[in-house]
Design a protein around this ligand. Structure first.
Ligand code: TSX
Ligand code: MN
Length: 595
């Protein structure tokens, strides 16, 4: 071990894990630039990292073709009773799961280095932050954790001798025998992968995958699954939400937190630049919000992460110029294509496709190829501080006060551009029934409607019925200081299949209307589904949307909405008696309003 660790729990844990996993050596990370550079050098020497000529200090990685995404089927919430994990999570009893995984962990780090990665989710020392320590045998994990979390020896100082932390054990599950040559992306086969959470003891065990959400344990595992369970116990919220600050021409600030299922452009909205004059938008976070009620009774949010781990395909100067500028240097790329001029490329990037490239699997690719050059889930990693529109207060320990919650989904029909909830309970109803049509980026068939309550289906660390109850409880606590709630759909289409709303920068028009609602500047039109903007209240100055298209965008077809009811009933029935009465009441009232 390179340094002495003074924390008793950490020392004991490191010893236990080294005895079990039998690494060749143990290295405690300090998060320094030297350490990062050293790790990169090792990865370059072994040919695992590929340098990019056009982007200073940036590197491309190719994963094993079997290790390209989160593995939801292999993700477990392991609580004493299955009922606690609920109907949306895979479950196994802690003893059983631990026995299986201990067998796998036995000797799994042979021939490798065990890295101890002390990190803080949230600014180091903030009252909302949490400390974790990840043990991993993957240098790729170490450098990504450097960017996505605050890795620092100050975390160990803060822990002192008896401070507590969340242990996050990770192994790629590929020990090296004496003299065995390593592969470029070692990992275990799918049936040996386990992403396990023990929320009753704040513990994470991950085995067999080196990829993103399976391996960077501070993100989905800690900041969402474990944190959501802690948040319920402790009376705060851990949500799958972007956070942004909108400033109006008079200089008044509004803070928005928004939850969307995948393929709705959450990162694009988080960094969106308004098309309307005088309005400013800044990014606080693009994926996760931790929120606590402050001394003034309002809800304050921090972004627990320190970077972006974003989907590359579809990201361009057209769709998200601020993300493109964030990754011009000091960026990591995974499963993107590599052009002949040593530049990364992906589907949906600006300009023409390269005449030739090496695809994400390492094979020759040309535009005539029948396969994608970049994997649809190819990623960039960059520090949040590199985003040109990162909010100056993004690391404020007390967070930013949330005025507005947005839920949404991708719907080509039925759902209007924007609606406001009648009240908090109705907002929770909208969040709990949020639905999206599946796209090519999802698994399964394209165009199916999938309910994804609060975009939390794969990330809630306890029974989703109890999670809905927690939302209702938070509303009771917040009272008249609660954020307003809205539901949006940027993706409604005309009968001839064209998007009715330009989206992107023009979404600022919708956000502006929400701010005016918060300030009581505009009234609404009451409909059975919620409160809609009054004619003329949505700022469409300089927009070229025809009157017909505009009407179509806001059209409420009660018959079509009636056909949603059985689907919502089926969705709610999954939660049995854990479904709060107040949500049943919301559904009953909705049914009545449609009659
Ligand atoms: O991210 C998107 N947003 C939110 C932006 C702040 N996307 C991309 C989704 C895939 C991840 C969108 N796509 C949005 C949107 O608001 N809207 C659409 C649909 C759309 C696509 C293209 C055009 C208009 C709408 N226009 C032209 O292509 C010219
Ligand atoms: Mn996410």
């Amino acid at each position: 071990m390179n340094v002495e660790v003074n924390n008793t729990k950490l020392n004991t844990w490191i010893k236990e894990v080294s005895d079990l996993c039998q690494p060749d050596s143990v290295y405690v990370c300090n998060g320094s630039k030297d350490e990062y550079d050293q790790m990169i050098k090792t990865l370059l020497d072994s040919g695992i990292a590929m340098p990019l000529d056009k982007r200073p200090n940036s590197y491309l990685f190719r994963s094993d073709p079997s290790d390209v995404a989160r593995v939801e089927d292999r993700t477990y919430i392991s609580t004493t009773s299955q009922d606690e994990a609920g109907p949306t999570n895979n479950w196994m009893a802690p003893n059983e799961l631990k026995a299986i995984m201990k067998d796998l962990y036995k000797g799994c780090m042979k021939g490798r280095t065990l890295y101890v990665i002390p990190f803080s989710m949230g600014p180091i020392g903030s009252p909302i932050s949490k400390i974790g320590v990840e043990i991993s045998d993957s240098p790729y994990v170490v450098i990504n954790m450097h960017m996505m979390t605050r890795v620092s020896d100050r975390v160990l100082e803060l822990l002192g001798t008896d401070g507590d932390f969340i242990p996050c054990l990770h192994s790629i599950g590929a020990p090296l025998a004496e003299g065995q040559e390593d592969s470029k992306w070692p990992c275990a086969p799918i049936d040996k992968k386990y992403i396990s959470h023990f929320p009753e003891e704040n513990l994470i065990w991950s085995y067999g995958s080196g990829y993103g959400g399976n391996a960077l344990l501070g993100k989905k595992c800690l900041a969402l699954r474990i944190a959501s369970a802690m948040a319920r116990r402790e009376g705060w919220m851990a949500e799958h939400m972007l956070i942004l600050r909108l400033t109006n021409p008079e200089g008044k600030q509004y803070h928005i937190a928004a939850a969307f299922p995948s393929a709705c452009g959450k990162t694009n909205l988080a960094m969106m630049q308004p098309s309307i004059p005088g309005w400013k938008c800044e990014c606080v976070g693009d994926d996760i919000a931790w929120m606590k009620i402050g001394p003034d009774g309002r809800l304050y949010a921090i972004n627990p992460e320190a970077g972006f781990f974003g989907v590359a395909p579809g990201t361009s100067y057209e769709t998200n110029p601020m993300a493109m500028d964030s990754i011009r240097e000091n960026a990591l790329f995974t499963n993107c294509a590599l052009t002949d001029s040593n530049e990364v490329w992906w589907e949906g990037m600006d300009g023409d496709p390269p005449a030739h490239a090496i695809d994400w699997k390492g094979n020759d690719w040309t535009p005539a190829s029948s396969t994608d050059a970049a994997h649809p889930n190819a990623r960039f990693t960059a520090r949040a501080s590199q985003c040109p529109v990162i909010c100056e207060d993004w690391e404020k320990p007390e967070g930013v006060p949330i005025d507005i919650f947005i839920f949404g989904g991708r719907r080509s029909t039925v759902v209007p551009l924007v609606q406001e909830a009648f009240n908090w309970d109705h907002g929770v109803f909208l969040g709990s029934t949020a639905a999206s049509e599946t796209t090519a980026a999802n698994i399964g068939s394209v165009g199916n409607l999938r309910r994804d309550p609060f975009a939390m289906t794969p990330f809630c660390g306890y029974n989703m019925g109890d999670y809905f109850k927690h939302w209702l409880d938070m509303g009771d606590k917040l009272g008249d200081k609660a954020p307003r709630m809205f539901y949006v759909n940027w993706f409604r289409k005309s009968e001839d299949g064209k998007f009715l709303w330009p989206g992107f920068s023009d979404n600022s028009r919708v956000l502006k209307w929400m701010c005016e609602r918060v300030d009581g500047k505009v009234e609404t039109q009451e409909t059975p589904i919620g409160l809609l903007p009054k004619e003329g209240d949505l700022d469409v100055d300089g927009l070229e949307v025809s009157k017909e298209d505009f009407q179509e965008l806001f059209k409420i077809d009660t018959d079509a909405w009636k056909t949603e009811i059985p689907d919502i009933e089926k969705h709610f029935s999954k939660f049995g008696d854990r479904l709060p009465e107040r949500l049943k009441k919301q559904l009953d009232e909705f049914r009545k309003r449609l009659d």
